[in-house]
Design a protein around this ligand. Structure first.
Ligand SMILES: C[S@@+](CC[C@H](N)C(=O)[O-])C[C@H]1O[C@@H](n2cnc3c(N)ncnc32)[C@H](O)[C@@H]1O
Length: 203
């Protein structure tokens, strides 16, 4: 299957994304990185979906931390895109599953991207002081805000893609947390959204 390319990025970045997609297909037969059903549409369902998250990040990102990275969405895609636009940025991928961590390290090496993979549970980590924090398909918004409270720097921004129930999740989270919210409609699903959140504190 031939992959597509992302517009507005360099040939080198698209080549890195192709290397990633190839590794993901290869490893997915042994460890479950993405659902088999979504593999045929890897580019739209996962790569474009992650790239749009990266494109919402502030330009001057210094430290991006991705929680529950799994097969690398959106963390690996962010690492690949930042390699072109912000090569000095630090990338941290947190994933508790050792085999997935081995995959993530392989991808970073093969795509020649700089990043740190932490094989640990998020709850066990000291504060990461990230200025961008992302997490896709990891937990409900209230739990994610608990992670943001702990791991985001004071002026940092969290980018949390959410499905069609995002409004209910926001309402529920507002009973526990104060936060500033910007909503971007997902390019891959008009009913879904990417929540851009800052100023997190407990109610
Ligand atoms: C549903 S997968 C989503 C993976 C990826 N973000 C994506 O969108 O494809 C959730 C991942 O988070 C990891 N995970 C779940 N709870 C975690 C925790 N408390 N600490 C670290 N990793 C965790 C799981 O091992 C799994 O790989």
């Amino acid at each position: 299957m031939t992959d597509q390319t992302l517009p507005d990025v360099s040939r080198e970045t698209n080549e890195r994304l192709q290397v990633y997609a190839e590794l993901l297909r290869k490893w997915n037969s042994k460890i479950n990185l993405v659902s088999r059903a979504s593999l045929h549409d890897l580019w739209a369902r996962h790569i474009v979906d992650s790239a749009q998250i990266a494109q919402l990040a502030p330009e001057r990102v210094e430290h991006w931390a991705d929680l529950g990275s799994g097969g690398g969405f959106p963390g690996i895609v962010a690492a690949i895109l930042l390699q072109e636009t912000r090569p000095t940025a630090q990338i941290t991928l947190v994933e508790s599953d050792q085999r997935k961590c081995a995959f993530l390290r392989t991808v970073l090496r093969e795509t020649e991207c700089v990043g740190t993979v932490i094989a640990e549970r998020i709850e066990k980590l000291p504060p990461l002081s990230a200025d961008v924090l992302s997490a896709r398909a990891l937990a409900d918004l209230s739990s994610l805000l608990g992670y943001a409270d702990h791991h985001l720097s004071s002026d940092g921004v969290a980018l949390f893609p959410k499905g069609t129930t995002w409004k209910e999740e926001v309402k529920e989270a507002q009973s526990k947390w104060h936060f500033d919210l910007e909503v971007a409609t997902s390019l891959t699903d008009p009913a879904a959204a990417i929540l851009k959140i800052s100023g997190v504190s407990r109610v």
